[in-house]
Design a protein around this ligand. Sequence first.
Ligand code: SF4
Length: 192
Amino acid sequence: MESKKINEIRLAADLQTDSIVDGPGLRAVLWTQGCGHKCKGCQNPQTHDFNGGGLVPIDMVLEAIDELEYQTGLTFSGGDPMYQPEACNIIAEYAKKKGLNIWVYTGFTYEELMELAKSKPIYLEFLKNIDVLVDGRFILEQRDLSLLFRGSKNQRLIDVQKSLESGKVTLVNETNIDTVEEKFFKHAPMYI
Ligand code: SF4
């Protein structure tokens, strides 16, 4: 049976630009709607409802990406983008081809996603288009404001391509952030 073509994505807001807190550089952020993790202390409870926000044609998001200027990359946040892997993958693939690096925030762990990918290959397809995955639920008791681009100590900045290649979770080297910038962010006109 032919699988249904996905042509809409449920979003909590319009595509944001110029974020400096959702990954390095100046970033566009796609706020997906829907999350089932129910983390205590979540800062975006309005994004949990799977029927909330609004359905937006994916083509419209791609057009908004075409119009981006001075953005280093595209970050998927929410909500949890991993509840809409097909739609997010279409957008990530498109943005990546345009030279944007891709960061994704998810409440699932990398290991959980790899497990899901065994029955739903779209998860692996999406991971193949992601540079950095910020994984794991937000755990209030482990909150640490000094952490780079994440809220609690259990969450990791994962170099997805290296992890897929090696078959084991490989973290972004935060102490070598210049190298990371060079690798991922060479298209950036500026760094803040
Ligand atoms: S995964 Fe993120 S959006 Fe979902 S409940 Fe946890 S902190 Fe909130």
